[in-house]
Design a protein around this ligand. Structure first.
Ligand code: ADP
Ligand code: MG
Length: 350
């Protein structure tokens, strides 16, 4: 199979599913999109690099395709945007196209991407395909571009939190980090997955419906998706909004997979573990927040406080009543010399 045949395979499996926002999809020099009247266009791009964001021996190909799209969709969700279309630039080692095992990997990668895309009505409307250098040792590189729309002037930003706002999180925290550490320890390959429920690392769920509801119901003052870890992403809201924050440890909704690793590791995973793709948002104290939105649990985990230069940006209130400084120490992307997918969170045993 050559590149042209691959593009034809992609075109034939995605062409029927464009919907009304895509006037022209795969096959010409550009795609043509039609954003809804009165909207503005939101754009986000995310690299997915083998050895840095996934490992072929840990992540099944469906998971790599799913996660690739999920990262971009989660960014749109964080702004309350509605996806219009996705674009995928893909570089594959030449031997992958030549061998049936490699072709099967590519087919399953697209299946993972397509299944998530269909769940959220997001068409793949174009991209680019190339060979990555290095022969058999070459790596897979996928760059996803997501185009979305939001009512003009209404997109949720990181910068809107004010003193006294309540801090909320969707779903549960620490599951993705916990599942990754289990995958790394056991080397038990997950080859076929029938449900995304118990796989927060392999099949994270972008919270598009929640983001949409927050925007339309004017519930949130600021919002971000938790891709790098609660501590790191909350710091982004604090800095962008010019405020401090207090988190109540006892209120954190910790994922059962993280709890299995013991209370200390569970807390570290919830505070600093990345890739949960939940939404972290703030709302005025006067808003009556529902306990779930679009079927997703909503938990109040803290309060926005006034920025004072001598106070820490973020404080953790522990169950025994002490106040600890919460440092932003979410996951860092690997250096290229490191062969693992992500660094484990601090203080968490491998
Ligand atoms: P050009 O040389 O004009 O960029 P290409 O041969 O790269 O054209 O692409 C032809 C068509 O196939 C374009 O519509 C492009 O968007 C689409 N395409 C190429 N690679 C991908 C891919 N990996 N995923 C989705 N669409 C792709
Ligand atoms: Mg091209």
């Amino acid at each position: 199979m050559g590149e042209l045949a691959l593009i034809e395979q992609i075109r034939s499996s995605f062409a029927r599913r464009y919907g009304k926002s895509v006037t022209l999809g795969i096959g010409d020099d550009c795609a043509i999109l039609r954003p809804p009247r009165g909207s503005e266009v939101l754009v986000t791009t995310d690299f997915t690099l083998e050895g840095r964001h996934f490992r072929r021996d840990l992540h099944p190909p469906e998971s790599v395709g799913h996660r690739c799209l999920a990262r971009g969709l989660s960014d749109l969700a964080a702004m309350g945007a509605t996806p219009l279309a996705a674009f995928l630039s893909l570089a594959l080692p030449a031997p992958m196209l030549a061998e049936s095992r490699g072709r099967a990997w590519i087919t399953r990668f697209f299946k993972g991407l397509q299944t998530l895309g269909e769940m959220h009505g997001v068409p793949l409307a174009g991209g680019d395909t190339s060979q990555s250098p290095g022969g058999k040792a070459g790596i897979i590189l996928a760059d996803i571009v997501l185009i979305g729309s939001a009512p003009r002037g209404k997109a949720l930003r990181r910068s809107g939190a004010t003193t006294g706002d309540a801090i909320y999180i969707t779903g549960q925290l620490g599951g993705a980090a916990a599942e990754l550490s289990t995958l790394q320890r056991r080397r038990n390959r997950v080859t076929r997955v029938t449900t995304t429920d118990r796989h927060p690392q392999l099949f994270p769920e972008p919270r598009l419906d929640v983001g949409d509801a927050l925007l339309r119901r004017h519930l949130a003052t600021a919002c971000i998706d938790v891709s790098d870890g609660l501590s790191t992403d909350l710091a982004h809201i604090c800095r962008a909004s010019g405020v401090n924050a207090e988190i109540e440890q006892a209120a954190l909704p910790i994922h059962p997979l993280a709890r299995k690793h013991g209370p200390d590791a569970a807390l570290q995973a919830a505070l600093h573990g990345g890739e949960d793709y939940e939404l972290l948002f703030t709302a005025s104290a006067s808003v009556r927040m529902p306990s779930s939105i679009a079927g997703v649990l909503i938990t109040r985990i803290g309060t926005i406080t006034k920025r004072r230069v001598n106070d820490p940006l973020m404080t953790l209130l522990t169950p025994d009543g002490t106040r600890e400084t919460l440092e932003p120490s979410g996951w860092e992307h690997f250096s290229s010399s490191n062969n693992a997918a992500r660094k484990p969170p601090k203080n968490t045993p491998r």
